[in-house]
Design a protein around this ligand. Sequence first.
Ligand SMILES: NC(=O)c1ccc[n+]([C@@H]2O[C@H](COP(=O)([O-])OP(=O)(O)OC[C@H]3O[C@@H](n4cnc5c(N)ncnc54)[C@H](OP(=O)(O)O)[C@@H]3O)[C@@H](O)[C@H]2O)c1
Length: 243
Amino acid sequence: MELANKVVIVTGASSGIGLATAKLLAKQGAKLALVARSKDKLDALAKELPGSLAITADMTKAPQIRKMIRQAKKHFGRIDVLINNAGQGYDAPVEKTDIKTLRGIFDLDFVGPLVAMEEAIPIMRKQGNGAIVNISSGTVLMTLPNNGAYSSIKRALATLSLTAREELKKDNIVVSVVYPYMTLTDFEKNTIKNDVPEWEGEAFHPPDSAEHVAEKIVEVIKSGDAEVFAHDWMKTMGKNEKG
Ligand SMILES: NC(=O)c1ccc[n+]([C@@H]2O[C@H](COP(=O)([O-])OP(=O)(O)OC[C@H]3O[C@@H](n4cnc5c(N)ncnc54)[C@H](OP(=O)(O)O)[C@@H]3O)[C@@H](O)[C@H]2O)c1
């Protein structure tokens, strides 16, 4: 899908990957619905990106998500692309996983994207086309200690997305998954940590910029591929782990 004049919803547009993606999409002529909880940051960004609309919504609250999608449709008249990017990390050993925290992360990283899809799909079907891009994580390609809850949820999101892709082919709605590698944003700072030792390992590769991931997101909207990885070498990540 080409992006000029297309209406794109970006969740988590106030920071990091979502912010970089919104800026890149605006450069390509897309009209943006910018979604997050931080009203001031969204309002400032909307001023920077003329023609865009700031919508404050908590992506863990289904009524707010449904309202946000309807608001975007009402304002722009259509929704061409939904990018489910808002998310948060959670590091804890399996034994110490706090169930309440886990449910909060599940609401944000899995249920939120699902609700947004449920509300956007009928609109896209009626239009005759659409694209949905869900942001998973490279951690789902590995087995990382202390990352079980977050990785499981992001793996579930990938499976949900690929299932929806098959279901929606007949409606000309293309669903894709993006797997970022470690990316320099506020993600690490915002990750909730439970009983986790300071990480002393070394990254296999240097971390990416948010702009690098934004390029991958734009690439997948254009190509309609099922999955895109921040780097090709990620496709074999975890394949050599000893069983
Ligand atoms: N950075 C990495 O290393 C990395 C690696 C793999 C995958 N990812 C995934 O990439 C996506 C973007 O992360 P990032 O690195 O850009 O992190 P970030 O800088 O922490 O940004 C997270 C974004 O999500 C929004 N958000 C958080 N909770 C929200 C809520 N309840 N309702 C609405 N919006 C909410 C935040 O906005 P407000 O606080 O204003 O609401 C912010 O815009 C996430 O899904 C993350 O899991 C990141």
